[in-house]
Design a protein around this ligand. Sequence first.
Ligand SMILES: Cc1ncc(C[n+]2csc(CCOP(=O)(O)OP(=O)(O)O)c2C)c(N)n1
Ligand SMILES: CC(=O)[C@@H](O)[C@H](O)COP(=O)(O)O
Ligand SMILES: [Mg+2]
Length: 636
Amino acid sequence: MTIKPGKLLAQIDSPDDLKKFSKDQLVQICDELRQYIVDIVSVYGGHFGASLGVVELTVALHYVLNTPEDQLVWDVGHQAYGHKILTGRRDNFHTNRVYGGLSGFPKRKESEFDTFGVGHSSTSISAALGMAVASKYKGEKDKQHVAVIGDGSMTGGMAFEAMNHAGVSDTNLLIILNDNCMSIDPNVGALKDYLTDITTSHTYNKVKDEVWSLLGKISKFGSSAQEIISKIEGAIKSAVLKQSNLFESLNLRYFGPVDGHDVNHLVEIISDLRDIPGPKILHCVTVKGKGYGPAENGNKTTWHAPGLFDKVTGEIFKKVPSAPQAPKYQDVFGHTIVELAKENPKIMGVTPAMPSGSSMNIMMKEMPDRAFDVGIAEQHAVTFSAGLATQGLIPFCNIYSSFMQRAYDQVVHDVALQNLQVVFCLDRAGFAGADGPTHHGAYDLAYFRCIPNMVVSAPMNEEELRNLMFTATQFEGPFSIRYPRGQGVMPEWRTPMREIPIGQGRIVQEGEEVAILTIGHIGNYAVEACAMLAKEGLKPAHYDMRFVKPLDGELLQEVFGKFKKVLTVEDGCIMGGFGSAVIEWMSDHGYAAQVRRLGIPDRIVEHGEQIELHRECGFDPEGIANAVREMVEVEV
Ligand SMILES: Cc1ncc(C[n+]2csc(CCOP(=O)(O)OP(=O)(O)O)c2C)c(N)n1
Ligand SMILES: CC(=O)[C@@H](O)[C@H](O)COP(=O)(O)O
Ligand SMILES: [Mg+2]
């Protein structure tokens, strides 16, 4: 179905086209852009509420700035749908997040307007500051550098590291804080409360408006007058706010809060700010989901990424289950940690801003004093968990595999070196799918198995996940459990939990000639492959190793004692992953066999449905069966 843009939007193939319109046409352009996002996302899916919340800001920025020369960096980039549509990608925007189509996030190789690749939060200020300093060094005086960062992303430590530097950088960096009080779930922390204070402080806003209008009048009298007024403004701010403005105290000129949905006012402000030297921050107040009733007034967490929906009624279409509705692994985690915590008062839950995504919200609701959303702060989440563990508690620190990458040193330095009992539940491990390479949990088997003291495990189904979670509570040291995004395989998963001997794998099917060794959920693909091969008279053995570290030495002795052809399969990087561990074991124990490794190759794999990516990399069920067929052919 072809989705047509509105009359004005249809004429905008670049920001230069946008600039041809008069200011009083911008409101209509915003309406048409908003409608186009609703039309596309309702049919093709993707992130939703965030892009609606920055429609006016996006139009104003591309209207005032001279992009792409002026450099605009979006934080996370899930809100950049309007940006992409206005910068030449309107007509192919329906391919957003589709295999072979546009990325769901700004990506440098996709467009010159995408100045920095994003997807993980809190990077925009650092990147934009780097660009600003580079421009200053190269003598590019007129270039503007703008970072647009949300209030949720502002809770990421990197943002403060960058502001700390920006404040003494002597650049003209403009930070735009898009404050909608939302992360994916409601935003958390003292910063959120502070921003609310500023936004709701009537006295401050009244005085600020007067100062602002004075600034407008005086600024015509040249920079010395501006200096005077900015000192008055600064004095008023710190006095009225009773505490120095957080951003001003970092030497960032603070402006706002302003209405982030008044496109013409935003055009004026951003134009004015262009002429004000030095690092500055504009605080915009917006509404996530603005302009589409169900998203604006309904559950904003749901409308962060609702899936497909009826744009007229707002009804969100439930995915039709292909098989009896097996739960998502995350649901099993969410219910199981509560079950365990009811039995064991030492158990605590920690999530860095993914309560709904990880299902930690279940424990947060039932046991609010034992489960914590710490904001987009993965490093803090890990070391906070380590602190809990020093006091004899057992924290389950649930972090998406790709977001875990941000807190690697904390795992080594704060947990493993002290051999503390922290349970890392790495959700979205393996190909994440439509979110693409920024979110693929490709590396955790490799980056965790090399850490001393760390146990590295992966369940093949929900029952196994529950057993591993219980086992982790009995293990006095760091323990990681990784599992993929989406469906499990067991509709009846509420099985009694049991402790599994650390390192113990299991045989799934006896066989001959080739042994398939799998780790985690991907083992279910091997089961499908074996069923295909059985019809051809081929019967490889299949072992679910369950642990990458420690490996099951007894089982591997059986495997290498019986088989000269071994196929390893992992939904993770081949370099240094599970297959590498098996080869190392084989070599260390004096065995020799042909070992073939299937997994994520040593290159960037773009976005698409998980099965499309597994197929592309040759470890979907057909790919596994083909590998066995080829191995059977070869004489060793
Ligand atoms: C390092 C990292 N952790 C977690 C996420 C998941 N995530 C994506 S968007 C988001 C919320 C961002 O909130 P905010 O910056 O306020 O943007 P909004 O959606 O409100 O526009 C989170 C937690 C991420 N992308 N990167
Ligand atoms: C933009 C972002 O990082 C999150 O919205 C992420 O896309 C969530 O992923 P899940 O949908 O797998 O929870
Ligand atoms: Mg927000």
